[in-house]
Design a protein around this ligand. Structure first.
Ligand code: NAD
Length: 339
């Protein structure tokens, strides 16, 4: 059993911890929590709790949450760390992991240069093979790679996409926008180059807009091929990838609200949806160009990628075996919904 620490137990960390616990070749030894808040209390029923450092250990004095020690004590007991601390905190933790000679996964809020290896299981599983430090790309980048990688088998493609981003996550009470739409004034946005750190050499430019919603992102994607492609053929090809899922507007699934309702109704933990969702009836071809919309559950789509990245770093099994195992344990692909 691969022994793993979770450093940063928020939106991503708690989901990755539970997903690791469902696997039979890895286990969570402990999680790192800075404050004795309600989430630490819930987590303490499932996992051993550690504080980031001696100073934050003091935060737990007088609380009824048992703390086993600090991050460095936890590092003694594990082979790997999944760092899911907030954006740019992971880079401060890396020297600690290096000092203790522990391999680590970082998330998309860190720069590519932190590891020089950005990861997506479909696209570059083998590049993480035996590596010490890997970055799982962000929710938006993961989503673009999931649906674009299958299209690379058709030859050279050129991608232009506009991302409508959720303003923040549902539990966040600090960030906005609340009643406005906020375009990313940096054009192209950072998402396109980030995709190209994984699908090397891909011609992709993106723009992004933040909208006052917390449920999901929606991407509007345009792909140019250098030859004619058929819609049915593209759809059959996408269907080979379980982390891509179709829904239909004609079934009254016309919004992110209804997609999230599917996830809640079909019994996923927390109502999560690991798959990237395409509206099948809105996949359109005009000449050599493809147009489609996809919806992205930002809180959960990167979770399976963290599991596969661990297997590749520790050379536990090949790409297809890892993806199949992760998908089976997380029930990915079972909600296949479209007719
Ligand atoms: P979050 O704020 O929900 O969780 C981070 C947790 O880390 C919080 O519980 C915070 O208290 C804790 N923390 C802060 N400083 C710490 C420290 N020094 N040591 C240990 N814990 C510390 O953040 P998140 O949304 O889970 O994001 C984590 C990473 O995942 C970021 O890189 C982010 O960009 C990336 N990511 C987020 C999403 C998303 O939609 N939320 C999607 C994909 C990737």
């Amino acid at each position: 059993m691969l022994k793993v620490a979770i450093n940063g137990y928020g939106t991503i960390g708690k989901r990755v911890a539970d997903a690791i616990s469902l696997q039979d070749d890895m286990q969570v030894v402990g999680i790192v929590k800075a404050h004795p808040d309600y989430m630490a209390k819930i987590a303490s029923k499932k996992y051993k709790i550690y504080a980031p450092d001696e100073k934050s250990l003091k935060n737990f004095e007088g609380s009824d949450i048992k703390v086993e020690g600090t991050l460095v004590n936890l590092l003694d007991e594990v082979e790997a760390v999944v760092d899911a601390t907030p954006d740019d905190v992971g880079k401060l933790n890396k020297p600690v992991y290096e000092k203790f000679k522990k391999r680590a996964i970082f998330q998309g809020g860190e720069d590519h240069e932190l590891t020089n290896l950005s990861f997506n299981a479909y696209a570059n599983y083998d590049e993480a093979w035996g590596k010490d430090y890997v970055r799982v790309v962000s929710c938006n980048t993961t989503a673009l790679i999931r649906t674009l990688f299958p299209l690379t088998s058709y030859g050279k493609i050129s991608v232009r996409a506009t991302l409508v981003r959720r303003a923040t996550d549902p539990n966040d009470h600090k960030k906005g926008p609340i009643n406005s739409i906020e375009p990313d004034l940096k054009i192209p946005s950072h998402h396109g180059p980030d995709v190209a750190t994984v699908i090397h050499g891909l011609d992709i430019l993106t723009m992004a807009v933040k909208a006052p919603t917390t449920l999901m992102h929606v991407h509007s994607v345009n792909v140019k091929f250098d030859k004619e492609v058929k819609k049915d053929d593209l759809i059959e090809n996408w269907k080979k990838y379980k982390r891509v899922m179709f829904v239909n507007g004609k079934d009254e699934i016309k919004s992110t609200g209804q997609i999230m309702e599917v996830a809640r109704e079909t019994g996923r933990p927390r109502g999560d949806l690991y798959e990237i969702v395409l509206w099948k009836d809105a996949v359109a071809i005009k000449g050599n160009e493809l147009f489609y919309y996809q919806a992205v559950h930002q809180e959960s789509d990167v979770v399976p990628e963290n599991i596969d990245a661990l297997r590749s770093m520790f050379q536990l099994m090949d790409r297809d075996s890892s993806i199949e195992k992760t998908d089976r344990k997380l029930r990915i692909g079972e909600l296949a919904y479209a007719r």
